[in-house]
Design a protein around this ligand. Structure first.
Ligand SMILES: NC(=O)c1ccc[n+]([C@@H]2O[C@H](COP(=O)([O-])OP(=O)(O)OC[C@H]3O[C@@H](n4cnc5c(N)ncnc54)[C@H](OP(=O)(O)O)[C@@H]3O)[C@@H](O)[C@H]2O)c1
Ligand SMILES: [Zn+2]
Ligand SMILES: [Zn+2]
Length: 353
């Protein structure tokens, strides 16, 4: 084992603070990565503050962070995918059973025995896994991805969660040219959703509660922007969408969006608010509409998404911050005040004792 610097929360009421954690020495299939950048996902905030306690309680101390990008420092003897000095990225998963039907199809996000990058029992070292708010991480090469060298590294880090979480359901539900696609919420996930839907050729409508985000949404690739608190603007789109991706982090009325789907249209929830959402049955019954959810993506699809981003030069719009500003960033994230992803520059961890 070796010591790594990190930021952790000690309880749901604590702010994040500097700490030291233990990482395992790389085993034969592991890569040890010096972390350059780590994005701040709203899931980090939900878990640091134990907002998912009903379904997925947090074990403290927690080191959040699953949008990790860095440089390979060391590789185990059986590693073929990377060598020291390569760029490598890690997302929300660091392990899975490898033998179930889902794993065999590289859909590890559905494995019932996966290991999340943080706040998950660590099957190799014991204790809990620790995430990317740290200067170093060790991971099996299967769960480390190659990053196209043309992409800005800080902007590429959020692809590992915000990117794959929006890319995967669009592929599953067949977002292509000619489809009308809605994206709800212009945050980290939502802004990647807009970029992907646009790159896939769809007609993109962004729904926001923040009228001041309108120009940005158009610049990011939306064809239309609807301020969702305006009932008249909403009514104009009734029954017209093939697909809507809901990326809202807090309680909101999804019936207002179900109603906008056409026959057989689908609304996929990727946002995971603390409290259950109410669904009016007739909004699904009329129009045979469907409501579903989607978690991140598997290993093959994640690499495919990164390669797609390389080809289309797609990255997140980021605000790069030193780790000492992480608590301030959380407070701003809570207020939907981010353009459009905070990313921690891990060089700032060097000054911590
Ligand atoms: N399914 C998965 O695998 C997965 C993966 C990652 C994250 N998530 C979840 O997805 C959600 C979004 O994550 P994120 O990192 O993109 O968060 P984020 O950057 O904070 O964005 C959330 C956006 O939701 C909108 N919003 C916030 N509060 C609202 C309210 N009370 N009513 C209506 N709209 C509101 C805001 O957009 P506007 O200002 O435009 O309204 C805000 O920018 C979180 O719940 C997160 O945990 C799920
Ligand atoms: Zn995330
Ligand atoms: Zn499995």
């Amino acid at each position: 084992m070796y010591k790594a610097k990190a930021y952790s929360a000690a309880s749901e009421k604590s702010v994040l603070a500097s700490t030291r954690i233990e990482r395992r020495d790389p085993t034969e299939n592991d890569v040890q990565i010096d972390i350059l950048f780590c994005g701040i996902c709203h899931s980090d905030l939900h878990q640091a503050r134990n907002e998912w306690k009903e379904s997925f309680a947090t074990t403290y101390p927690v080191v959040p962070g699953h949008e990790i990008l860095g440089r390979v420092a060391k590789v185990g003897s059986a590693v073929t995918k990377f060598k020291a000095g390569d760029l490598a990225a890690v997302g929300c998963l660091v392990d899975s059973c490898g033998v179930c039907a889902e794993c065999k199809q590289s859909m590890e996000q559905f494995c019932t025995n996966f290991t999340l990058t943080y706040n998950s029992p660590d099957k190799i070292s014991g204790g809990m896994t620790y995430g990317g708010y740290s200067d170093s991480v060790v991971v099996n090469q299967k769960f480390a991805y190659k990053v196209p060298s043309t992409l800005d590294p800080a902007g590429a880090a959020p692809l590992l969660c915000a990117g794959i979480t929006t890319y995967s359901p669009m592929h599953h539900w067949g977002v292509t040219k000619g489809k009308k696609v809605g994206i709800v919420g212009l945050g980290g996930l939502g802004h990647m959703g807009v970029k992907f839907a646009h790159a896939l050729g769809a007609h993109v409508v962004l729904f926001t509660t923040s009228p001041n985000k309108k120009e940005d949404a158009l610049r990011l690739g939306a064809d239309e922007v609807v301020v969702s608190r305006n009932a008249n603007e909403m009514a104009k789109h009734a029954g017209s969408f093939d697909f809507i991706l809901d990326a809202v982090s807090a309680d909101h009325d999804i019936n207002a969006y179900l109603h906008l789907l056409r026959r057989d249209g689908n609304l996929t929830l990727v946002g995971a608010p603390e409290k259950p959402l109410a669904v009016a049955a007739f909004n699904l019954i009329f129009g045979r509409r469907s409501l579903s959810g989607s978690p991140i993506g598997g290993t093959i699809e994640t690499q495919e998404m990164l390669d797609f981003c390389g080809k289309h030069n797609l990255t997140a719009d980021v605000e790069v911050i030193p780790i000492q500003k992480v608590n301030e960033a959380y407070d701003r994230l809570q207020k939907a005040d981010v353009k459009y992803r905070f990313v921690i520059d891990m060089a700032s961890l060097k000054s911590e004792g």
